[in-house]
Design a protein around this ligand. Structure first.
Ligand SMILES: [Fe+2]
Ligand SMILES: [Fe+2]
Length: 302
């Protein structure tokens, strides 16, 4: 099972500090140990930073009108996202991503907005939501450690070496976040968001919590609803939901979590467990899509 790898080079943060030496085995145990050893750092409210405007941009994206058209729903999500607290070094990471990797940046804020909309529909304004908003914002931090050339891929199938570099990002992100944040849902969000009910990567000893499944489904929905170089256009919200329903049927996504998304897209009233999935309809998907899924290594890279 692919659940650990050896660092082929030093893992370095945006300030140039080494957070993991070349040769380190990034394993579930190493991630847990890093989390236990992390010193507590002071944190700042996202709402007090320059990133606050990115929250509003995500909420106002036309494709998400079904989720945020209701003023009370939009305001509640905005409040939770702006209440997320992060140490300066991770705020700086988000600034670097904003500058250098705009697709990852937009994806982070869209994922957080969608995930918090789903969680509010499921549990209401729970105390944990600002931490889960931070987790959703940071779930793809590991992509900052992937070579820049791979961010520009146009969707064709990758060679094994490049595919494995991309498949490393959940473990690299989880380790990075454990070093900085200690025990925090962002660590699990980073590690688990491509798990896909055991059909994705890396392998996990047990399924993630429902809240982390929500972040994973929100991440998939956010990726489908934004432009990518390998598609002629983005899916609209209906088309993206159809893709995720098909993933449930193929057992690549958790059915109850996708029900929560569909429930939120339909306005969020009633019980999400009563949601019945619709039938896919034409006209909601891009005409051209060259996407080839990343094939993760079958075994750990040691
Ligand atoms: Fe990812
Ligand atoms: Fe993602």
């Amino acid at each position: 099972m692919f659940d650990r790898l050896t660092l082929a080079e030093d893992l370095v943060d945006c300030r140039g500090e080494v957070i993991g030496r070349r040769g380190l085995v990034v394993s579930p145990e190493a991630i847990a140990e890093a989390g236990q050893a992390a010193p507590p750092l002071p944190r700042r409210l996202l709402g007090d930073t320059r990133l606050a405007c990115d929250v509003r941009a995500a909420l106002d994206a036309p494709v998400y009108a079904p989720l945020f058209a209701r003023a009370d729903a939009r305001a509640a999500v905005e409040r939770m996202l702006l209440a997320a607290t992060l140490p300066d070094v991770l705020l700086e990471e988000l600034e670097v991503i904003r500058r250098e990797l705009p697709i990852v940046h937009q994806h982070a804020f869209a994922t957080a907005a969608v995930a918090i909309r789903m969680l509010l529909a499921a549990v209401g304004p729970a105390q944990a939501l600002p931490s889960l908003a931070a987790a959703a914002l940071l779930h793809d931090l590991g992509m900052r450690h992937v070579p820049r050339s791979l961010h520009l891929r146009h969707g064709a199938a990758l060679g094994a070496g490049d595919a494995h570099r991309i498949a490393a990002h959940p473990l690299l992100g989880a380790y990075h976040l454990a070093v900085v944040l200690g025990v925090h849902p962002a660590v699990s969000a980073a590690r688990s968001h491509h798990w896909r009910c055991g059909q994705g990567y890396p392998g996990l000893a047990a399924p993630p919590s429902r809240a982390i499944e929500v972040i994973a489904v929100a991440s998939a929905f956010a990726a489908l609803t934004h432009p990518r170089p390998y598609r002629s256009s983005a899916y609209d919200a209906r088309g993206a939901a159809d893709v995720l329903v098909a993933e449930v049927v193929a057992q690549h996504a958790d059915g109850n979590t996708v029900k929560l998304l569909v429930h939120a897209l339909r306005g969020g009233s009633g019980d999400p467990r009563d949601v019945r999935f619709g039938v896919p309809r034409e006209g909601h998907a891009p005409d051209e899509n060259r996407y080839a899924p990343v094939s993760a290594p079958a075994r750990s890279l040691l």
